[in-house]
Design a protein around this ligand. Structure first.
Ligand code: MBD
Ligand code: FE
Length: 292
């Protein structure tokens, strides 16, 4: 299951975690996932493809795009594929609007984008446990307690809280080589009061991989590659809509200029210092599934 630089054809001379391999690993992951969409109706493809092309044509006319610029675009699009960075590109610059549209009807907790580095079926840790980590895992210890409820206030026992996040160096297990398979990935199950208690470490601010095509775009446009430090979660319970979210830490300088546009004020944690690190309380309200 573990994706290594070697598996994905990326040339690295050692097995240490590198950012370059991560984009390519996300492509391999997506291809083996069951979620790749198919069967979009012809009418939708016609409408959407035509409107996107109309938008491109309008930009070309408005800004009198040259052959030099057209060829730079061609070369860059080829490079996105060669580098395996389509998932990274789409999740950083497009997914936030997909998520906005998909969840605008919700009354429960706000969510945000999934990003490219989710892996299903992380190890079960019960209602109260520690995320798998190395003995010398870097970062401040974080204790997170919370409750999962339905929009009517009833507690959701047996709800799943899947957590994944980068390590203190900004690397995700199974996407950067050299990390234990399930490092900083776990699944928690709420008790009969809907409660959970999670022990992990606080992740560091995160730079998306800059060695590939996305980095070239960022460079060429004079942007930056930073995302604020974040915890990823998926929260699910029978009869309820799946909530995909990320949680952020106050004071992070990139909360206001996340390259992936995925920060919302409702997703900010308020951690308190403790003797051994930090503790935080944050819970989730799930919307009942819509009847069809
Ligand atoms: C990430 O860790 C991430 O969360 C997103 C959205 C994009 C790239 C890397
Ligand atoms: Fe992330």
């Amino acid at each position: 299951m573990t994706q290594t630089a070697h598996d994905t054809g990326t040339d690295t001379s050692n097995d240490k975690a590198t950012a370059a391999a991560s984009g390519m690993s996300a492509t391999e992951r997506f291809k083996t996932d069951k979620r790749a969409g198919s069967g979009v109706p012809k009418e939708r493809v016609d409408l959407l493809a035509r409107e996107v092309l109309d938008g491109i044509h309008a930009t070309i006319r408005r800004h009198k795009v040259t052959y030099d610029e057209y060829n730079a675009l061609k070369a860059w699009l080829i490079k996105v594929g060669d580098d395996g960075e389509w998932p990274l590109f789409l999740d950083v610059w497009v997914e936030h609007v997909i998520e906005e549209v998909a969840t605008e009807h919700r009354e429960g907790s706000k969510g945000t984008i999934e990003g490219p580095y989710y892996v299903p079926d992380a190890p079960e840790q019960g209602a109260n446990g520690s995320v798998p980590m190395r003995p010398d895992e870097g970062g401040v210890q974080l204790t997170w307690t919370g409750q999962v409820t339905s929009t009517d206030g009833s507690p959701l026992g047996g709800a799943k809280v899947e957590l994944w996040h980068a390590d203190n160096d900004g690397f995700y297990s199974q996407f950067a080589p050299g990390l234990p398979e399930w490092n900083l990935r776990a699944t928690f199950t709420t008790d009969d009061q809907g409660r959970f208690e999670i022990h992990t470490v606080r992740p560091a601010p995160y730079q998306i991989p800059t060695e590939g095509a996305c980095g070239r775009l960022i460079d060429a446009a004079g942007w930056h590659a930073w995302r604020p430090a974040h915890l990823h979660v998926k929260v699910s319970a029978p009869g309820h809509e799946l909530l995909t979210a990320q949680l952020y830490f106050p004071g992070d300088e990139h909360n206001d200029d996340d390259i992936a546009s995925a920060v919302k004020p409702e997703l900010l944690l308020a951690p308190q210092p403790t003797e051994s690190g930090e503790s935080v309380s944050y819970g989730f309200v799930l919307d009942p599934s819509q009847e069809r």
